[in-house]
Design a protein around this ligand. Sequence first.
Ligand code: FAD
Length: 473
Amino acid sequence: MTALDTGGSGRIAADEPAIRALEHAFRGELVRPGDHTYDRARRVWNGSIDRRPGMIARAAHADDVVAAVRFARRSNAMVAVRGGGHSFPGYSVCDDGLVIDLSAMNGIRVDPEARTARVQAGALLGDLDRATQQYGLAVPSGIVTHTGVAGLTLGGGLGWLMRKYGLSIDQLLAVQLVTADAEAVAASATENPDLFWGVRGGGGNFGIVTEFEFRLNPVGPIVVAGPIFWPMSESPKLLRFYRDWSNEAPDELMTLVVHRRAPAVPYLPSGVHGQPVVAVISCYAGPVDDAETVLQPLRRFGSPILDLCAPRPFIEHQAMFDLSYPPGWLYYVRSSDVASLSDEVIDITVDHAARIVSPLTAFPIWQGGGAAARIADEDTAFSGRTKGNTFNITGIAADVSGFALEREWVRGFWGELAPFHTGVYTNFLMDEGDDRVRQAYGEQKYQRLRALKRTWDPDNFFRLNQNISPLPA
Ligand code: FAD
């Protein structure tokens, strides 16, 4: 496995004319070491990442992105591209090189008649939900509202609506993108269709997207959603029940299972705080009355400690994990898909869940299937549509003390699940090397992506990502 070079060799050349040209062309903000906004601007979600770029170009317009790419090419700089800054391995910041930061470009235009939304690449999921839900519409996206639309969408986009409406990419109509040659191009089903195929799952490999256009679908605004908690001791039986019950679920229902120590939050009885619990979190994106029939067997299973699954605004449910994964804590993640929650997989899960030490560590197991799984695998670069469940084994610590222990726990758990791994989602990878990226796409698709990379980025200019190396010219 080869870890990516995250800078150093891509230092910005001291080319004064090039810097002057950039300053002249750039309408946004150029932040450099020593500037009072530098430390804030280089910070990313994962507090275990601490890199010091040579410059951060905070774009205000697509033309700024063109100017920044031109500058980086001329000065041979390593480039990191930042949307919401939530890359697990911190690929949106580099040492010495140039960060092209789109976070200030967060405008959203909703056309409720046409049911489309044009979304600038710095928007966060919460921005998108707020803009669309006022019309009772939504784009399927992720489960934490401070995540960026850009990185999430380009990897695929798993979330509460994926069984009903597919992944984020399944509702993507078009993108505007700046290529490695600093050209602004469009991609859609009719314009540069190969590129459009590649950006739907190929991450930031093919260029910098400045704007997304999504199709919107009706959602809520009230959905039946929320967690039901049991003592973790009930997990072996609960997971076996859940496996069968969730397999029969309609597309409207999406669930996650989370094992953790109960957080000290007011809505949980104080006697439970710190105790190991397991929760099934549901979101029923269909008529409220129908939800009850579907959810009743779950509510009645075993002896729940607390049932908070109730009608609530979709927008509120979207934010339920926000405080469990805040920016600045230290995160270590290993992920994999498994074909099903077999008895062996359940036994391993229960065993490692019981060993959670950190009060912050909480790992979700995602339900698969539904609309996302019915789209043909070859239709988009994203792979792994037919997976059974996805494990996000996440070790969390508020500071460095205890982080090593969390990492060890993650690796041990993930390693034991290895015989059951069927694939992995690129957006849930850390910096795990070429083989894992290959594994994520499968060999045939990976070779198609390499050929596409040769067309659009033959020098591998965009390489601080889950990198697809271009086929040789
Ligand atoms: P950034 O760190 O800004 O970007 C990540 C990478 O995406 C960059 O390195 C770059 O390669 C690429 N990129 C970003 N912007 C652009 C652009 N405009 N053009 C081209 N390339 C670009 N994933 C899910 O599918 N569903 C979830 O529910 C989900 N929940 C998450 C919750 C949290 C708290 C976190 C940290 C991650 C979650 N993820 C989820 C994973 C998430 O999809 C990835 O981390 C994604 O990369 C985040 O996008 P970003 O724009 O915030 O990240």
